[in-house]
Design a protein around this ligand. Structure first.
Ligand code: BGC
Length: 286
């Protein structure tokens, strides 16, 4: 199943303080009916904010007025993917415009790239079992699915163990790398243990199914920088590959565990919506 991005109303990047600023940077209020850039909003005058934490970082762009920084929008610009899954985005006074509309803040916030910032999300699942017996939910009678979630260091929210696509990196590599770093703590493992973990996940990661590709309603988005992702589903039907791995949080994660899937989970950014697509795919309890 392949779900291309549908335009929805972003909410997590509106009408709140900007994350990581201790409430110091407040987004301008944007009512639902004025999100769209084409709606008349003469009083719209948001603050500009780019976090000091991105300035000068090797993974980040420069200020748009920096000499010698000449990004080329809407294409793969050298090794940097400036293409949006939502189609061609507009440039206004030299700044890319968020394709999902106003966010109440200009600049890059904590995001490195002007325009799209690309991520990839591996959704790893197995059936919930007790003594090898598959568990059916008492309300729906449907099998209960479990997925691997990590707890993010930045917001403390539970999330899919995804991450940013490095420049020039292919998405399949990002998916495996992020999963290994965040859910298996590969960064602190010996070469030998990394090789073992790699071979264990290799089979499962060969058979992924794309469930979402597009814009993310992420709390870090701004009018000029936003998150996009590709979410891939990897299911361990028998639970004898990744289903048996020893989970160990690492890198940007401070916790990792299998979580029973259900519609009421509160997860980071748009992650619950990709899990809904997974539930539909496997016809499990949701
Ligand atoms: C996260 C991904 C997420 C993306 C967009 C990244 O920081 O690691 O899991 O999908 O942001 O919210």
């Amino acid at each position: 199943m392949k779900t291309m991005a549908k335009q929805f109303l972003h909410v997590k990047c509106r009408n709140s303080a900007y994350p990581g600023t201790d409430g110091q940077i407040i987004r301008a209020f944007v009512p639902d009916h004025q999100v769209c850039w084409t709606t008349f909003f003469p009083l719209y005058n948001p603050v500009t904010y780019t976090s000091p934490s991105v300035i000068g970082k090797p993974w980040a762009d420069f200020h748009l007025d920096a000499i010698n920084f000449k990004p080329i929008w809407n294409i793969i610009d050298g090794k940097i993917n400036r293409v949006s899954y939502s189609g061609q985005y507009k440039i206004q006074n030299g700044y890319p415009l968020n394709p999902y509309g106003r966010t109440g803040i200009k600049g890059r916030g904590v995001l490195g790239r002007w325009g799209p910032n690309h991520a990839a999300d591996p959704i790893v699942t197995r059936w919930k079992k007790i003594h090898s017996q598959q568990i059916l939910h008492t309300d729906t009678g449907q099998p209960v699915l479990q997925f691997i979630a990590i707890q993010r260091k930045d917001s403390r929210e539970w999330a899919i163990p995804g991450g940013m696509v490095d420049s020039g990196e292919v998405i399949t590599s990002t998916l495996k790398r992020e999963f290994m770093e965040e859910a298996l703590n590969s960064l602190e493992k010996t070469e030998e243990n990394i090789a073992k973990a790699k071979s264990e996940i290799e089979d499962i990661f060969k058979n992924g199914v794309e469930v979402y590709r597009g814009y993310v309603d992420d709390p870090r988005n701004t009018d000029n920088s936003w998150m996009e992702t590709v979410a891939m589903h990897f299911h361990d039907e028998k639970g004898d590959h990744v289903g048996k791995l020893n989970l160990h949080a690492g890198d940007d994660a401070i916790g990792v565990k299998w979580i029973d899937l259900n519609r009421n989970l509160k997860l980071f950014a748009s992650h619950i919506s990709y899990l809904e697509l997974v539930a539909l795919r496997l016809n499990c309890h949701w």
